[in-house]
Ligand binder design. Structure first.
Ligand SMILES: CC(C)(COP(=O)(O)OP(=O)(O)OC[C@H]1O[C@@H](n2cnc3c(N)ncnc32)[C@H](O)[C@@H]1OP(=O)(O)O)[C@@H](O)C(=O)NCCC(=O)NCCS
Length: 167
């Protein structure tokens, strides 16, 4: 398993992941291909995020790739928190493709992400998950997450908030 950054090389795999994902809103949203006329256009928009331009804080984005060069997961690391990220989004967002879930890949993904956070000198990592997302909460807790509160969004969505200390 390894983490790779999105590039033209991964276009077909990314599209394949999107197809399997179906109609549900893509998580992380940075990996959502809808609304772009080409993959090149998508990569340009992603680069805006990476560089922290416009509304974005600087961020890193990776595919989790298996030994068959298939994308099995995706992860975002936001280097700083703004108002939205502090309450709802957190530093890290991730997903595993539906056919590869419950195989332990999230634990691997989160461990790798925490190493990157440490390199970025992030000392306290905020991760949130929907109240009913048992799998995600389990992995966060297993990786040292301390649950602090439940944030209720304007739409009534309940977000469990966890901090992981990297000191
Ligand atoms: C949340 C998500 C990433 C979990 O992926 P996964 O591949 O199932 O994760 P893992 O296999 O590493 O499972 C982690 C743990 O949760 C458990 N788990 C996973 N899904 C579960 C579920 N629906 N109910 C109960 N337990 C569950 C696993 O059994 C495992 O437990 P263990 O550590 O005791 O063995 C995946 O379901 C997903 O991509 N969901 C959509 C996007 C999303 O919600 N992202 C998270 C945003 S915070």
């Amino acid at each position: 398993m390894r983490l790779v950054e999105p590039s033209l090389e991964w276009k077909e795999q990314h599209e394949n992941y999107t197809e399997e994902w179906g109609l549900e809103r893509m998580v992380p949203s940075s990996m959502d291909l809808s609304g772009f006329r080409s993959y090149e256009e998508y990569l340009k928009a992603l680069d805006m995020r990476v560089q922290g331009k416009g509304q974005w804080v600087p961020s890193s984005h990776y595919f989790l790739v298996n030994n068959f060069n298939q994308i099995v997961g995706m992860i975002d690391i936001r280097h700083e928190l703004n108002e939205y990220l502090r309450t709802i989004g957190g530093h890290i967002g991730y997903s595993i493709r539906p056919s590869e879930r419950k195989k332990g890949y999230t634990s691997y993904l989160l461990k790798e992400a925490l190493i990157i956070c440490k390199e970025l000198n992030i000392k306290q990592v905020l991760i949130t998950c929907n109240e009913d997302n048992i799998g995600s909460a389990k992995v966060i807790l297993n990786n040292g997450g301390i649950e602090v509160d439940l944030f209720i969004t304007e739409e009534g969505l309940m977000k469990r908030r966890f901090w992981i200390s990297l000191n």
